[in-house]
Design a protein around this ligand. Structure first.
Ligand code: DGJ
Length: 733
């Protein structure tokens, strides 16, 4: 026993000292070790020059343990060596039959590409490995970046045409991730639809291929570009979990493939469906970043790695990104019927609640009375706002709040001046129908003139008005994605250029207006991924604001994304979607698990409701940093018809913790389960204070972290019923 303890200590010490040198190269065996505090990833060049994957798992400290990459012998004429090896970035060519990371057609029709190692360049935390086809100068530079302190590895690829003839790239993936040899793996992924995003799926991986993808032009509500794989034995706080998230907001694809040779491979990048990217001699194509990590402590720890990474490395503000202001949004209260007087009334009431940011949603521009007209005409509607936006913005400022505004820049209604002037600006195929969704069409943002128009009107809007926040919406999928101004062979570039221009516009707006913050919304959670998260401060996870449904959606959301970006409004009851009635207290607590917003018609609230919301907003602000930036523990999942659900967060200093507990429907008088808290300092003393609800009589008001974690917290025996919520904070004494 003592031997095991000292061995694990040695490994831990060695692993921590390795993080100083996160990339190691052993020249004699041509192997690289990429090490973070949680994982090591190893690869090497075999004697034929193929770059092979060698290891991905818990940290290694002894590079000498990793054998050089070897060339396998064929098992039979049907099972060639290339299929038995775990190639780091396989092109389609030679004897490879699995999902390739690269597929290219040359101008003369030749489609065989076999990649071999050429050279590499190592920096402190990044590594570029250049591969080249065995005959032609088709080059691939594999980019690796290690985030040693975050436990995350980033991969992407640059495909270069250094030949003298044009190439057509038909598959350009960011990475192939190879799992350790074995079978019995399980896949976890997030699916959904409008108003039901981020539902957790967990299933066995069998031989064959599972495709996670979007063909809808944006990230989509249906599947999110995130995966986790475990060896069949992981739980919330135990077991090995390999996970990854793709940073792309256009058509994306992740395949999870189990071959007959005990290999599970995850390949992801630009969707190959309808894809063809031409590369003239000298041109290159960069693939999106694909981030991945490994946790030995289950799904909870995997999520916590991603949460911290997103806040500190992906979010535009990085380490200095502030917790989100408590906002009010007008949409559910007024829909399109916004005007100066009505918005001023809402703003006055919101300010009294303690709201910090007042956001006016859809309806303020063009001839926008409903969703049939106006998109594209970004002038202030003179009937609704006779003196433009200034009087409302001044009022909001005078009330001590910032002002935010809704826009949907990539869209146009056929009933708009913009469309009448530029009918050629939309995605479409000549002579074919233009399918409308929500009475709107998609502007072809890939076109430079459309990109300039969108950047221009947004820049003007932000220059002329004191706006602190833009909610950037996107309310339909792509259809008929034609770009007929280009030669036929170039038209499919739309899949890459559209998304690149979206990112470029956001980057430029942030550069020109550094104080403005952004929310990514796409009819709810249709555009949530690590690509857009580099440019926005928060996302709108769903149009479904039902507080009970949100528990399940939020549970799934936090598998991949930090609660800091998870905007959650408190809206009216009965809920418009489910007709479910819930108390304001329950609705508030459900939303307080993320970044809190109010979206109800607050003008109709009773004095008691108003007082409760005001108190809870104030309590929320005292513990908000712990909730959205602390370590999240999903103590009881609301999924699978659970009667109960509980989340707990602990700040990094372990001085504060917040617990949220919910009952769906008490059955047979069952008491709430005892909550064994997590992540506290066992030797520190914590005082328990209720935010809503009571602990069981006799619960010590102050107890050690060891007590709260090993004995646990019992809630009051009267905590029963339907749609009940309670919340507590623990503060170190
Ligand atoms: C869809 C968004 O998800 C809603 O919050 C709201 O902004 C509407 N669009 C406005 O049209």
């Amino acid at each position: 026993m003592r031997h095991i303890a000292s061995l694990s200590l040695l490994v831990a010490l060695a692993a921590s000292s390795l993080t100083a040198q996160s990339i190691q190269y052993v020249e004699s065996r041509k192997i690289w070790l990429l090490t973070t505090r949680d994982s090591t990833y190893a690869m090497g060049v075999d004697p034929e020059g193929t770059l092979q994957h060698l290891y991905w798992g818990a940290p290694l400290w002894r590079a000498d343990d990793v054998p050089a990459a070897a060339v396998r012998r064929e098992l039979s004429s049907f099972d060639p060596p290339a299929m038995l090896q775990r190639e780091e970035f396989p092109a389609w060519g030679g004897t490879r039959y699995y999902e390739p990371a690269l597929k290219v057609t040359r101008a003369d029709g030749n489609r065989d590409v076999v990649l071999r190692y050429v050279s590499h360049q190592m920096r402190e935390s990044s590594l570029d490995i250049t591969l080249k086809d065995i005959r032609d100068d088709i080059q691939v530079v594999l980019h690796y970046r290690v985030y040693p302190d975050h436990g995350i590895l980033e991969r992407s690829a640059t495909i270069r045409n250094e030949t003298a003839q044009p190439l057509m790239v038909e598959s350009a993936q960011s990475a192939t991730w190879n799992l350790p040899a074995g079978e019995g793996y399980q896949l976890t992924y997030l699916t959904g639809r409008w108003a039901a995003e981020t539902q957790v799926n967990h299933e066995a991986i069998h031989q064959g291929m599972k495709v996670l993808e979007s063909r809808k032009g944006h990230t989509s509500h249906n599947i999110n570009p995130w995966f986790a794989i475990d060896a069949g034995d992981a739980g919330e706080e135990h077991g090995s979990v390999w996970f990854g998230a793709l940073a792309w907001s256009g058509n994306w694809r992740i395949t999870v493939e189990q071959t007959p040779y005990q290999q599970v491979r995850v390949t992801g990048g630009l969707n190959t469906f309808d894809f063809a990217y031409p590369l003239k001699p000298g041109e290159a194509l960069d693939t999106p970043a694909f981030y991945a990590g490994y946790s030995a402590q289950g799904f909870g720890a995997a999520s916590r790695l991603l949460h911290r990474f997103e806040r500190e490395e992906i979010a535009p503000g990085g380490l200095s990104s502030r917790v989100r202001p408590v906002l009010y949004n007008s949409w559910e209260a007024t829909t399109f019927n916004v005007n100066e007087a009505g918005q001023k009334v809402l703003a006055t009431t919101a300010a009294k609640l303690g709201v910090e940011l007042f956001v006016m949603d859809d309806g303020w521009f063009g001839q926008r009375k409903d969703d049939h007209a106006g998109l594209g005409d970004w002038y202030v509607n003179p009937e609704k706002f006779p003196h433009s936006l200034k009087p409302l913005i001044d009022k909001v400022h005078a009330l001590g709040m910032d002002f935010g505004l809704w826009v949907e820049p990539e869209m146009v209604n056929p009933d708009s001046d913009l469309y009448r002037k530029h009918p050629d600006w939309v995605l479409s195929f000549p002579g074919r129908p233009r399918s409308e969704q929500r009475n709107q069409l998609v502007l072809n943002l890939a076109r430079p003139d459309v990109r300039d128009y969108v950047l221009g009107f947004l820049d003007k809007l932000l220059s002329e008005n004191d706006i602190a926040f833009l909610k950037w919406d996107y309310n339909r999928n792509w259809t008929e994605p034609g770009w007929d101004q280009l030669p036929a062979s170039e038209q499919k570039r739309v899949y890459v250029e559209f998304t690149r221009n979206l990112y470029a516009i956001l980057a430029e707006l942030r550069h020109r207006h550094p104080k403005v913050e952004f929310e990514s919304c796409s009819g709810g959670g249709g555009r949530v991924d690590l690509g857009i998260l580099r440019y926005v401060d928060e996302v709108w996870p769903s149009d479904n604001t039902d507080p009970f449904d949100r528990l399940t959606q939020q549970d799934g959301f936090t598998y991949a994304y930090t609660p800091q970006i998870m905007m959650a409004w408190v809206t009216d009851s009965p809920h418009w979607l489910n007709k479910r009635s819930t108390s304001l207290s329950y609705r508030m607590l459900s939303s307080m698990q993320g970044s809190l917003g109010i979206g109800a018609n607050i003008a109709n609230w009773s004095p008691e409701e108003f007082a409760l919301a005001k108190r809870l907003i104030s309590e929320y602000r005292q513990v908000q940093t712990t909730i959205v930036q602390g370590d999240l523990y999903r103590l009881i999942s609301p999924r699978n018809g659970s009667e109960f659900s509980v989340t707990q967060t602990v700040n990094p200093e372990k001085t504060q913790s917040v617990v949220f507990a919910f009952i769906h429907s008490t059955q047979q008088g069952r008491l709430f389960p005892r909550l064994k808290l997590k992540g506290l300092d066992p030797v520190a003393e914590y005082a328990l204070s209720p935010i809503v609800g009571k602990p069981r009589t006799g619960t010590p008001p102050v107890a050690s972290g060891a007590w709260w974690m090993n004995h646990g917290l019992d809630l009051d025996d009267g905590f029963r019923g339907d749609f009940q919520g309670a919340a507590f904070r623990l503060d170190k004494q």
